[in-house]
Design a protein around this ligand. Structure first.
Ligand SMILES: [Zn+2]
Length: 320
């Protein structure tokens, strides 16, 4: 564990914004960035993903497909409106749902995923090129891309400045970087109690609009557009649903299938064309739940009040 300063300002800060799992998130009084300090070493952080010890395990990434596909389609619509070419690279591509959807839209997808189980799934089951090492000049033989995309990855980077510099290098001239990240740095701390988990130490940073802009400017990008979505409606619905489910008798006890298998039937990548008629009632209910979450997050969240409230942000930046 080492004490670190704000990566953007170089300032050591005493203000503690978050304390979870024995880790401390400090808020930079200059740029608002929330960063973990003291924090684990780079090897310890990489080990979380290599050994499948993250808060979200490989099996969950691969199996919870429907909600991830809805999210992928939403963000691909944004990507498509800015992309000027078809070569796309996703960093931290999870179960590969975004890459598969991108291929369906005519993109030529590539992925980088540090979790070996997920990376193998993407290569062998989806047939999409996927490397496990962090993005470097030699990745994919030095190939350069029209679009680089990542979703809920920025908070996990050990060195965001180095990673964004690598993205800049891997983009073609005028290429576009699109990423989604939770904005907690601009959130009033009274709302922090609404967040069920900050997922420390998987998450090392929480950026806000000011620090995102600084990160992009420091690494050769120009922020083109941001889309913000309040996640409060989704969080409230999840809480109500959790309470509701505790009142119900064990719904799965009569099922002959293990829960994980049922989840697969709902969402597996290779079952994306399965008709609704072929799904069991439980899977249909689960699909309905996931679609409702999507509507709450991106449709209702888009029009809900956002100032000072927990939100997710999709940022679009162009390589200078
Ligand atoms: Zn700072």
């Amino acid at each position: 564990m080492e004490d670190v300063a704000c990566i953007l300002c170089g300032r050591h800060n005493d203000e503690i914004a978050i304390h979870e799992n024995g880790f401390t998130g400090r808020r930079c009084c200059q740029c608002g960035l929330i960063y973990v300090s003291p924090r684990p070493s780079r090897d310890d952080v990489l080990g979380i993903y290599a050994s499948d010890c993250a808060h979200v395990c490989a099996e969950s990434h691969i199996s919870t497909g429907y909600s991830r596909r809805l999210r992928a389609r939403h963000n691909l619509a944004i990507v498509s409106s800015f992309a000027e070419g078809r070569d796309i690279l996703e960093l931290g591509c999870g179960g590969g749902h975004f890459l598969d959807e991108a291929r369906n839209r005519g993109f030529s997808p590539h992925g980088i995923e540090p979790n070996p189980i997920q990376a193998r799934f993407i290569r062998e089951e989806l047939g999409i090129p996927c490397e496990e090492s962090p993005l470097r000049e030699a990745s994919f033989g030095g190939k350069r891309f029209d679009v680089i995309y990542h979703c809920d990855v920025l908070s996990h980077f050990f060195d965001p400045l180095a990673e964004f510099t690598a993205m800049h290098r891997a983009l073609k001239e005028g290429g576009v970087l699109v990423f989604e990240t939770g904005n907690l740095a601009d959130v009033g701390e009274s709302y922090f109690r609404c967040i069920p988990s900050f997922q420390y130490p998987d998450h090392l940073f929480f950026f806000g609009l000011r620090s995102i802009r600084q990160l992009l400017e420091r690494t050769g990008f120009e922020l083109t557009r941001t889309y913000a979505y309040s996640i409060l409606p989704q969080l409230a619905a999840s809480r109500v649903l959790t309470v509701f489910k505790t009142w119900l008798p064990a719904a799965d006890s009569s099922s002959s299938r293990p829960a994980a298998a049922a989840e697969h039937a709902d969402s597996g990548v290779d079952k994306s064309h399965q008709s609704a008629r072929g799904l069991r009632p439980r899977a249909l209910t689960k699909r309905g739940e996931q679609y409702a979450k999507y509507l709450l997050r991106y449709r209702i969240g888009r029009i809900a009040p956002k100032l000072g409230r927990p939100q997710t942000v999709v940022a679009v930046a162009r390589r200078r």
